[in-house]
Design a protein around this ligand. Structure first.
Ligand code: AMP
Ligand code: ZN
Length: 112
């Protein structure tokens, strides 16, 4: 499959690793929108939030267990935002499920 994030998981495209385990990979966003901007993805290819089902949602739960560990390791003591863009209206550009961790400054409250 021609998926850039699957290629990152496979090591075919370079990335800056932040965290990795058997289910999850986290790396720095190439175009950071905040001082800390990390993407957390399942190693398994899921297209978006719309592809989460009872059969695969354990990996999403695991991602949300890992996110606070990453935030702590990145010293995001003031807080952070977790975002997942789903589909065209949200501006999703990479069609492999990913959660943005944004922090390191006081974030704008603008959401739309
Ligand atoms: P989204 O717009 O929510 O689909 O987010 C996709 C994100 O992936 C954007 O923030 C991009 O900057 C980021 N991105 C795209 N290609 C790469 C890459 N090769 N390495 C790291 N981040 C990437
Ligand atoms: Zn993929």
């Amino acid at each position: 499959m021609d998926c850039i994030f699957c290629k990152i998981v496979a090591g075919e495209i370079p990335s800056t690793t932040v965290y990795e385990d058997e289910l999850v990979y986290a790396f720095r966003d190439i175009n950071p929108m905040a001082p800390t901007h990390i993407l957390v993805i399942p190693k398994e290819h899921l297209g978006s939030v719309n592809d989460i089902t009872p059969y695969n949602s354990a990996v999403v739960a695991h991602i949300f267990e890992v996110i606070p560990q990453i935030a702590a390791a990145e010293n995001l003591t003031g807080g952070y935002r977790v975002v997942s863009n789903c589909g065209q209206d949200a501006g999703q550009t990479v069609h492999h499920l990913h959660f943005h961790i944004l922090g390191g400054k006081e974030l704008s409250l603008q959401m739309a």
